[in-house]
Ligand binder design. Structure first.
Ligand code: HPA
Ligand code: ZN
Length: 319
């Protein structure tokens, strides 16, 4: 569906299509352990979040220069524009690049070159959100925040991603406090594979303004009531949940119940190259499978703008 929408949960590294991966591999002299794009696509069968993350991090080996990141972001923006995206808040994983010897400045400047022309070329306004890898240490996250210092004019906020279970939000209390002092907006993945309690912790300990995924809140009626009352946006990613087997089939997605409960749900693509669709495809899938009404689709699209950081100056949640 191509009606206007904002995308708020999108990992730029998760937009790396097999064709671009092979083109960058050839350019950078990187050998991929797959015969061709078909063989690579065949590997996109995941049992859980970790099995996806293993491939997602491995393929990043092809991203080396600022131009590579510019090309990656341009390819995403072109696809997003075709599916009605007018505003995109884009995650990136600096630690996944610095660990390979690619400096954060290369990543930010490369992505920034594409984002700078996104309004003019694609009619898309953008924000950049740097995510900390929660399976790395809090010290590493703090070092990453410090390394981002010279680029903070290009970075709107911080997020938290990677392997969730066993890495509760509270582990990152200090780095989120520092991010807040620096005037950065705060979000975090919570309740994707991890328990509902992580959602509470992300709100209460990290002070986040949005929850990425948040799917497992439905297991905790009191939490659902709170999220609805406080209008905390949830950036849901339906096709991602199916591919990572968080739910068995799309029919099992609780989106209708979440909307009925007054939750501020949004629909997003997460890692569209890996999960079978960009954000418009996610909208199509939930519309068809869950029989959403035009009114519900409008609510989801409206929520995506209301939950965005387009109002850069004021944090949305009163705390
Ligand atoms: N969850 C956690 N970490 C991630 C994801 C996700 O869906 N995508 C990229 N990093
Ligand atoms: Zn995600």
């Amino acid at each position: 569906m191509a009606f206007p929408k904002a995308e708020l949960h999108l990992h730029i590294e998760g937009t790396l299509e097999p064709e671009l991966a092979f083109a960058l591999a050839a350019r950078n002299g990187v050998t991929l352990p797959y015969a061709d794009t078909e063989a690579l696509r065949e590997a996109y069968r995941f049992d859980d979040l970790q099995s996806f993350l293993d491939l997602y991090y491995a393929l990043m080996a092809v991203l080396r220069t600022a131009d590579d990141f510019t090309e990656l972001a341009d390819a995403y923006l072109a696809r997003a524009a075709a599916q009605g995206v007018r505003h995109a808040e884009i995650f990136f994983d600096p630690q996944a690049h610095t660990v390979r010897g690619v400096p954060i400045g290369t990543v930010v400047e490369g992505l920034g070159a594409a984002l700078d022309r996104a309004e003019e070329r694609y009619g898309i306004s953008t924000r950049l959100i740097m995510c900390f890898l929660r399976d790395e240490s809090a010290e590493s996250a703090l070092d990453t925040l410090r390394a981002a210092g010279p680029y903070l004019d290009r970075i709107t906020g911080v997020g938290l991603d990677s392997a969730e279970v066993g890495h509760p939000p509270a582990k990152f209390r200090e780095v989120y406090e520092e991010a807040a002092r620096l005037g950065l907006r705060r979000v975090a993945h919570a309740g994707e594979e991890g328990p509902a309690e992580y959602i509470r912790e992300a709100l209460d300990v990290l002070g986040v303004e949005r929850i990425d995924h948040g799917l497992r809140c439905v297991e905790d009626p009191e939490l659902v009531e709170r999220l609805a009352r406080e209008r905390v946006p949830l950036t849901l990613c339906p096709l991602s949940n199916v591919r990572l087997r968080t739910i068995d089939t799309l029919k099992d997605h609780p989106l209708r119940e979440m909307l009925a409960a007054g939750l501020m749900a949004t629909v997003n693509s997460d890692d569209p190259s890996y999960f079978g669709g960009y954000v418009g495809d996610n909208f199509d899938a939930v519309r068809d499978t869950l029989s959403l009404t035009p009114d519900q689709l409008r609510t989801l699209a409206r929520n995506s703008f209301l939950a965005s950081f387009l109002d850069d100056d004021e944090p949305r949640r009163e705390r």
